[in-house]
Design a protein around this ligand. Structure first.
Ligand code: SF4
Length: 322
């Protein structure tokens, strides 16, 4: 076990089978294909990439919301990938998730009081009166109040609903929270408020985050390290500052080139990616990025690039660095 590691993902694979119809063989889709990374205590670890690259599947697999195909998920050194439903239910107190769409993730028929006291009740924590008190405290921590207790999710704005989703995740005092595109469904005007709330709660409750996002400007702002995913694989992993200052993989370079300049005088040359992410049901040969890569060489079309480790643990999977 890596010292101070909260989460270690080792050779995680999540494959699906798709029916093509009568008398046709099933197709195997490699949504996540042999990825490994470690998340340290108190860290915010970013997972980025275009939609369909496997980052949300990875997030759900970490919390065992999806059964995994192969690999290990170690939480404080203990492999949780094969825990029973009951063992996993107990552990969920320590591992929570904040979803992209707060409206879809909150039961519309329940009041905020019911939504927030439920996790405490399910885990047998506190008396009824204490649960009420904890709920009010948590609402106040996320910028709402006791006044909102008997209201329903539809009575809130998107930003307030996400605050409730965050309160529901934090009320159990977890150690690890996987946030899946936590602000992408919100108006730009409230995105920074919700990001600041997540950062405030991280300090207050010593939280560790896995932060899934396609928005690299947010990722640059909030994360300590970042893994870039493409077609189910990690193609680059580095400390955030190093990644943004010196991206190595052509895919990462293209993603970062699309981030708006932080200063009007800063000149940025946008690298436009050709086409869309290919279907994981029929991935390109060799380096799966090769049909879109402007630096593609002959070897890239036939041979998968190995993962190469450079200074400070900066890793990249690309033949250019062999
Ligand atoms: Fe481009 Fe080749 Fe590197 Fe893939 S391995 S990213 S195709 S240069």
């Amino acid at each position: 076990m890596v010292n101070n590691a909260v989460l270690e993902v080792k050779h995680l694979k999540k494959y699906y089978e798709i029916n093509q119809g009568w008398f046709k063989p099933k197709i195997q889709v490699k949504a996540v294909d042999d990825i490994s990374f470690t998340v340290m205590k108190g860290e915010t670890f970013g997972l980025v990439g275009e939609s369909g690259c496997g980052k949300s599947t990875t997030g759900r697999s970490i919390l065992r919301l999806n059964p995994i195909t192969n690999g290990q998920i170690l939480f404080h050194g203990k492999d949780i990938s094969k825990l029973s439903y009951e063992e996993m239910r107990k552990l969920r107190r320590k591992m929570q998730m904040v979803f992209q769409d707060p409206y879809a993730s909150l039961n519309p028929k329940k009041t905020i009081r019911q939504i927030l006291t439920e996790p405490l009740r399910v885990h047998g924590l506190y008396s009824k009166q204490e649960r009420e008190q904890k709920t009010v405290e948590m609402l106040e921590t996320v910028g709402l109040s006791a006044y909102h207790l008997d209201r329903y999710p539809h009575e809130f704005s998107g930003g307030q609903r996400q605050r409730i989703g965050i309160a529901r995740a934090v009320i159990l005092h977890p150690e690890l929270i996987v946030t899946d595109e936590p602000v992408s469904a919100l108006d730009v005007s409230v995105q920074s408020q919700v990001i600041n709330l997540l950062l405030k709660l991280q300090k207050e409750f010593q939280l560790t985050y896995v932060f899934i996002s396609h928005d690299l400007s947010v990722v640059e702002h909030v994360t300590d390290r970042v893994a870039v995913m493409y077609l189910g694989k990690i193609v680059e992993l580095a400390e955030t500052e190093a990644l943004f200052a010196n991206p190595l993989h052509p895919y990462t370079k293209a993603l970062i080139s699309a981030v708006p300049a932080s200063h009007p005088d800063e000149e940025k040359q946008r690298i436009v990616l050709k086409g869309d992410v290919p279907s994981p049901a029929n991935p390109p040969s060799g380096c799966t990025f090769h049909p879109r890569c402007s630096a593609c060489m002959a070897i890239c079309k036939t041979k998968k690039p190995p993962i190469i480790t450079l200074d400070n643990g900066h890793t990249v999977a690309c033949h250019l660095y062999e």
